[in-house]
Design a protein around this ligand. Structure first.
Ligand SMILES: Cc1ncc(COP(=O)(O)O)c(C=O)c1O
Length: 423
């Protein structure tokens, strides 16, 4: 059998291309902002993780340019050896202080952060309990570690406790790992439940707060701040590619944990460090997040406004269980209809992300809409108007709502989400 036979057998994407509804790899002809240029026309961006609108902030851009002028374009090596700049140390100190932890460590991407943290901290004699809907980087990090990996049902504390009770007699370290905010559904993890169980069974907690930083908590410190549980979460992971308008990631934890990861993590030691421009952009973004908490409040306000708007239009939203997370999934049921709606919205000037199998079950596809603190009221109203027009058009085409699938709309997307989710 030719190794490349699978490439020839893979026809799904080509079929979507032939049908004119292929939704991926659209090239932006402008910066990442609330409005972008794509395919030669102005598009309202409802598919970005640029939560605080800092990718286009002149202060962040200036910091990146100055860092290139001072430190050059790259680090040419690992943090472990020649690749540590004073900028890395400065950002780690700022992150530790901001997240109320003793220490922090940066990695080259968010994905790599999970690989680096989990593969180092969970060893051969340990067990990882991972939420069934965790991000793909956590799933792959678990595969990379030598620990035993058990999945618990999504946000289901009874199932988590069942696993913990089974492990109670064993002599193993236990790590509970969860997304703080689930990236496709906009749900917040049951952190109080996890903390209670971790205490009861002597487990440690890692929260991936990629979508919590700058989004949750009065000052944007994330999921743990939202619940008032910062001192109870052992390790907080973040990426710099969303709220911090850059590229990279980090973990904040106790001094002893950071010291261990620093000297034992292969994805950390054997990979080059974050380039100067990206580090400087993250430092400046973090400074702005601290200095301008209005951005977090505005973002939460926008999330509530859009949920109310979609409700008014009668569109079926996935029930995220909160009003404030700026990830709002609209249920579009089957894949064909989903790709068609994405294309119709795009043609009418609104970009959203499709969520299709295997990330979700075949009859529970979603449009993932997401928001930025700098979206204006006018942009949001315009986007709602486009949604209204597109869904009316669908109705006229006889492709409106699918009543037989409605039962899902208030449930969960039960797919093997973390295995495949791209964002
Ligand atoms: C929950 C979660 N963890 C980790 C990552 C990986 O982060 P990055 O894209 O910055 O590598 C992402 C984003 O893709 C994410 O949504």
């Amino acid at each position: 059998m030719d190794l490349f036979q699978k490439c020839r057998d893979f026809t799904k994407a080509k079929e979507a291309m032939a049908a004119g509804v292929y939704p991926y790899f659209h090239a932006l002809e402008s910066g990442q902002d609330t409005e972008v240029r794509m395919a030669g026309h102005r598009t309202i961006m409802l598919g970005s993780n640029n939560y605080l609108g800092l990718t286009s902030d002149p202060r962040v851009k200036k910091a990146a340019v100055e860092a290139v002028e001072t430190f050059g374009s790259g680090c040419s090596g690992s943090r472990f050896l020649n690749g540590t700049l004073v900028l890395h140390v400065r950002l780690e100190e700022a992150l530790a202080r901001f997240l109320h932890k003793e220490s922090a460590l940066t990695f080259s991407t968010g994905f790599q952060s999970n690989l680096a943290i989990i593969s180092a901290i969970a060893g051969r004699n340990d067990v990882i309990l991972s939420d069934a809907m965790n991000h793909a980087s956590i799933v792959d990090a678990c595969r990379l570690s030598f620990a035993k990996v058990l999945k618990y049902k999504h946000n289901d504390m009874a199932d988590l406790e069942r696993h913990l009770a089974n492990l109670a007699s064993g002599d193993c370290g236990i790590l509970i790992v969860t997304d703080g905010v689930f990236s496709m559904e906009g749900e917040i993890c049951d952190l109080p439940g996890i903390v209670r169980l971790a205490r009861k069974y002597g487990a440690r907690i890692l929260v991936d707060d990629a979508h919590g930083l700058g989004v949750l908590g009065k000052t944007g410190r994330g999921t743990a701040e939202h619940f008032g549980l910062e001192s109870e979460v052992d390790m907080i992971m973040n990426t710099f590619s969303k709220t911090l308008a850059s590229l990279g990631g980090c973990v904040a934890a106790s001094e002893e944990v950071i010291h261990y990861i620093k000297h034992n993590s292969r994805p950390f030691i054997f990979s080059a460090s974050i380039p100067p421009a990206n580090i400087a952009a993250a430092i400046e973004s973090l400074r702005i997040l601290e200095a301008e908490p209005w951005r977090v409040h505005r973002l939460n306000e926008i999330a509530a406004y859009m949920r109310a708007g979609f409700r008014r239009l009668g569109l079926p939203m996935h029930d995220s269980g909160n009003e404030i997370v700026p990830i709002i999934p609209i249920v579009t049921y089957d894949m064909e209809r989903t790709l068609l709606v994405v294309k119709m919205l795009f043609d009418a000037g609104v970009y959203v992300n499709p969520v299709v199998p295997p990330a979700v079950p075949a009859d529970y596809c979603l449009l993932r809409t997401s928001y930025t603190a700098t979206h204006t009221d006018a942009q949001l109203d315009e986007a709602l108007g486009v949604f209204a027009a597109v869904f009316q058009q669908l109705e006229a085409m006889g492709l409106a709502h699918r009543p037989h699938a409605e039962g899902h709309a208030h449930g969960h997307a039960h797919g093997e989400h973390g295995e495949h989710a791209a964002h």
